[in-house]
Design a protein around this ligand. Structure first.
Ligand code: ARG
Length: 296
C-alpha cells in the first residue's frame, strides 16, 4: 500500500511565449508542423490553473526568445530542498547545443530562489545531464541515461547531492527521457514502460517498483501517458488508457485528462512542462554521504 508522495505540489514552469518547433532533436519534432501559439497558451494556462486548483503552486519563469524548447521546464535542472530549507539545483547540461542557452537563464533564476547550483558539465564540455531523466523514488534517485544524460553524469549527481543513484539505460529513441517511460505515483507505485530500456535495466526497474503499472510501447509513445504528474491524490495526464485509469482509481487516485496536444509536437507533455521544486533530501531521497551509483 503506497504512501502519497510528499513532493509534487510546487513547480517551476515556463510560459510558452516563444514556443516553436525550430529543429529536430527527437522523433516527435517536425519543423513543418508548428504549434498554434494561442492554443498552446490556452493549454498551458489550463495546466497551471489545474495545478493551482488542486492546491499546488507554480512559479513562472519567462521564456527566452532564442530558446523555443525552454517551455519543457523539467529539463532546466534537478532541484532538491535540504532539511534546513535551503535548496540545491544541479543544472542540466543539455545534450544538444540548441538547448544549452536555457541554463544561462535558469541558473540565476534558481539562485534567486536562494538555491546553490552546480553543474555536471557545460558548454558541451563534460557529462551531459537533462533533468527529465531523474526522479526520486524508493531508496534512490532513479536516472535514465543513454539518449540524453550520459552514464558519467550519474557519478556527479550522486556526489553533488550525496544520494544513491540507480541508473537505467534507455535504448528506445522515442523515449529519450526517463519521464516518457517512468512516473512515480506514490511510495510503492509507478507508471513504467519497460520497453524503453535494455533488458537488464528493464528488469532492474521492475525490481525497483513494488507495484508497477505497465504501459505498452505503443501506449507510452502514442499517448504520452507516462509524462504525467501527481498533485495530491490526482494524476494529471495527457491521456489515460482504460486499464491505467482502472488501476489508478482502484488505488484511490482521481485521473484528470488535460489536452497538451500542441506541446506533443515538440515531444513533451505534462511532466516535461513542469519541474518539481519540493523534493526533499532525507525525506524523499535518502542521504548517502559521498554518494553511490548502482547500475544493473
Ligand atoms: N523538444 C524537447 C527536447 O527534445 C522536448 C523535451 C521533453 N521534455 C521531457 N522532459 N521529456 O529536448
Amino acid at each position: 500500500m503506497g504512501e502519497q508522495l510528499a513532493w509534487g505540489t510546487t513547480y517551476v514552469a515556463v510560459r510558452p511565449d516563444h514556443f516553436r518547433v525550430e529543429y529536430q532533436i527527437n522523433p516527435f519534432m517536425d519543423p513543418t508542423v508548428q504549434p498554434d501559439p494561442a492554443r498552446a497558451r490556452e493549454q498551458w494556462d489550463t495546466l497551471v490553473a489545474t495545478i493551482e486548483e488542486l492546491g499546488g503552486t507554480v512559479h513562472v519563469l519567462d521564456q527566452r526568445p532564442d530558446a523555443p524548447d525552454m517551455v519543457y521546464a523539467m529539463n532546466l535542472g534537478l532541484g532538491v530542498e535540504r532539511h534546513d530549507g535551503t535548496r540545491h539545483v544541479v543544472l542540466s547540461h543539455m545534450r544538444y547545443a540548441e538547448r544549452r542557452m536555457e541554463t544561462l537563464t535558469a541558473q540565476p533564476w534558481f539562485a534567486g530562489l536562494g538555491a546553490t547550483t552546480s553543474y555536471v558539465g557545460r558548454d558541451g564540455v563534460g557529462a551531459h545531464f537533462e533533468a527529465g531523466d531523474a526522479f526520486a523514488f524508493g531508496d534512490a534517485l532513479v536516472v535514465g541515461y543513454g539518449p540524453r544524460t550520459e552514464e558519467l553524469g550519474l557519478k556527479h549527481l550522486a556526489t553533488d547531492l550525496g544520494v544513491r543513484v540507480r541508473g537505467l539505460r534507455i535504448t528506445h529513441p522515442g523515449m529519450y527521457h526517463l519521464d516518457l517511460a517512468f512516473c512515480p505515483i506514490d511510495s510503492t507505485r509507478a507508471i513504467v514502460c519497460p520497453d524503453a530500456f535494455d533488458e537488464a535495466s528493464a528488469a532492474a526497474l521492475m525490481a525497483m517498483v513494488p507495484e508497477p503499472l505497465v504501459l505498452t510501447e505503443a501506449e507510452a509513445l502514442s499517448t504520452f501517458a507516462a509524462n504525467s504528474i501527481v498533485v495530491g491524490d490526482t494524476v494529471l495526464m495527457p491521456a489515460c488508457p482504460d486499464h491505467v485509469r482502472a488501476q489508478l482509481e482502484d488505488w484511490g487516485y482521481a485521473v484528470r485528462i488535460l489536452d497538451l496536444s500542441e506541446f506533443h509536437k515538440g515531444g513533451g507533455s505534462i511532466r516535461c512542462l513542469t519541474n518539481p521544486l519540493d523534493v526533499r533530501l532525507g525525506r524523499d531521497l535518502p542521504v548517502v554521504p559521498g554518494g553511490e551509483v548502482v547500475i544493473p
